[in-house]
Structures are given as C-alpha cells and as structure tokens.
Design a protein around this ligand. Structure first.
Ligand code: PGA
Length: 286
C-alpha cells in the first residue's frame, strides 16, 4: 500500500462521512428476467411499497433491455438503477458490449462486476453441459479488474462480487480464494476514488440453490474481505467500503444476516423478482 498525503486523507474522510456508519444497501439483481412490460410492472409495485423509505440505499438491476424505461420511472425516487455488466473500453468495434458512458446515459449509478455467473461459476450447474461449456462465460479476475477501473473512471459505483465454490470451501480454501479475488479486482485502484466501492460476498454454492450461508460464517468471510481491502487500500477505506452478502437471501433470513457487523447489505437474486419479497428484505435491513 502506498502512503497517502493530507489532501488524499481529507478526500477519503469526506467520502467516509457520507457513508458514515455504512448505510445499508439492498440491490435486486434481476439477472435474465423481466421483459420491459414486466419490469415496469415490478418497479411500479416497488415504488408504491417503498415510498419515502429512507433507511437504506435501494437499487434495482434490470437486464440491459429494460434499463432505459425503468430509469425513467425511477427518476426522483428513492430507488437507484444498477446494470449487470460493463465493458472496459469507452466506445469502438466491440460488438455486443456496453460502455460506462452508455450506462450513465440511461441513468445507471451502480454496476455489478465479476458475478459468479459470468465468471462461469454456477451454484446450480448446467445439466449435461459439455466440458468446454463454462469457457463461454469468460469473466476472469483480469477482466473484472479492467471493468472496475472503467466503472470508477465513468463515475459508476462498482459492486464487485467474490465468493468460493463448494469444492473450494470443502478444500478449506474459502479465505484464500476470496482474498485473491479481492486483491486482483483492486489492481491499480487508488485510495482516493475507492471508498465508495461496494463488495458482495456471494458464496457460489448459495446462489440460486436455496442454501443460505450461516449468518456468523457470512459475517466472518465479509470480515476477511474487509481485512484484505485494508491490506490493499488502507484501514480508512476498508472501514468505509460496504460489503453485501448474496446467496439465497430471503425475507425470512434477511434480518439475521443484515444484523451482522460486517454485512452492510444484500445482493438479492430470486427474491428480488417479487415486489413483496424485495420490499420485505429492504425493511428487514432496518
Ligand atoms: P439468489 O442470487 O438470491 O437467487 O441466490 C443472488 C445473486 O446471484 O446475486
């Protein structure tokens, strides 16, 4: 970690002040669900159920096709817009990719980077998939880092996902895997712009499986992530960074997970697709 001067320290403290005591952040990752029509219905229900709710930051993360119309509906509300991916180049001949400028253009504030699914690490493996199937989900620690740098440069807040597979956990490698992902994601990230970064601890074996990580263990691993952020970016930044838990978070287990010291929010998949469930989790964060 490089030394920081008084000006940098002041800037960090400024942004820490804004995140003071780490306001909870609940984000709904809709994955590849919801047409535009369905998305607008869901978001209208959420607006009604969460009107004037101020206790936590609330984010919905629709598929790319629904970002623009959902963003229009969310203007001037307490719900922010997130995207599920970003490409690291600003523009050019990159068929199929979406840049940070394009995301900002449609009102996006947050972007999920390095989710286990684009990394080709699935909680529920694809049945009968050939050997090379997972190669097509080509996210790596290297591309995650390029995307984190691009998001910060564009003015977006990255939500960086890390987490171990079941085999890695069984082999006793959880902490090593997670620390390694944190280190690689933060390569060349500087101390000044990084205190608003968000991490999500998402044990791969808990995603979409109904298996939830024990709250004490989830808290412990989030603590490991914070410790590694401190190694990379210093203690002040590590204390300011918010760390979400993701993996089968539901209305009935959210309150316990969200009460833990190192868990500052949730990244919700399945339960974010129903307004009542997502609203219940948002309220459980209180
Ligand atoms: P899940 O997904 O809540 O459906 O397990 C969480 C995620 O993948 O972000």
């Amino acid at each position: 970690m490089r030394d920081i001067g008084p000006a940098e320290r002041w800037l960090i403290q400024e942004s820490m002040g804004k995140i003071m005591s780490r306001k909870k952040i609940i984000a709904g990752n809709w994955k590849m669900n919801k047409t535009v029509h369905e998305a607008l219905t869901l978001v209208a229900e959420l607006k009604a159920q969460l009107i004037e709710f101020e206790g936590s930051d609330i984010v919905v993360v629709p598929p790319f096709t629904a970002l623009y119309p959902v963003g229009l509906i969310l203007e001037d509300t307490n719900i922010d817009l997130g995207a599920q991916n970003i490409f690291w180049k600003a523009s050019g001949a990159y068929t199929s990719q979406i840049s940070g400028t394009m995301l900002i253009d449609v009102g996006v504030k947050y972007v999920i980077i390095g989710h286990s699914e684009p990394r080709g690490r699935f909680g529920v493996p694809e049945p009968d998939a050939p050997e090379d199937f997972y190669r097509y989900f080509g996210e790596s620690d290297y591309t995650v880092n390029l995307k984190v740098l691009a998001a910060l440069k564009s003015g977006l807040t990255p939500i960086i996902c890390v987490g171990e597979t079941l085999d890695e956990r069984k082999a006793g490698n959880t902490d090593t895997v997670v620390r390694d992902q944190v280190i690689k994601s933060l390569n060349k990230v500087d101390t000044v712009t990084s205190s608003h970064i968000i991490f999500a601890y998402e044990p791969v074996w808990a995603i979409g499986t109904g298996e939830v990580c024990d709250a004490a263990e989830a808290d412990r691993v989030c603590g490991v992530i914070r410790d590694e952020i401190a190694n990379q970016l210093g203690k002040e930044v590590a204390e300011a960074v918010r760390i979400q838990y993701g993996g089968s978070m539901k209305p009935d287990n959210a309150a316990e997970l969200l009460s833990k010291e190192n868990i500052d929010g949730g990244l919700i998949g399945g339960a974010s697709l129903k307004a009542a469930d997502f609203a219940a989790i948002v309220k459980a964060a209180q």
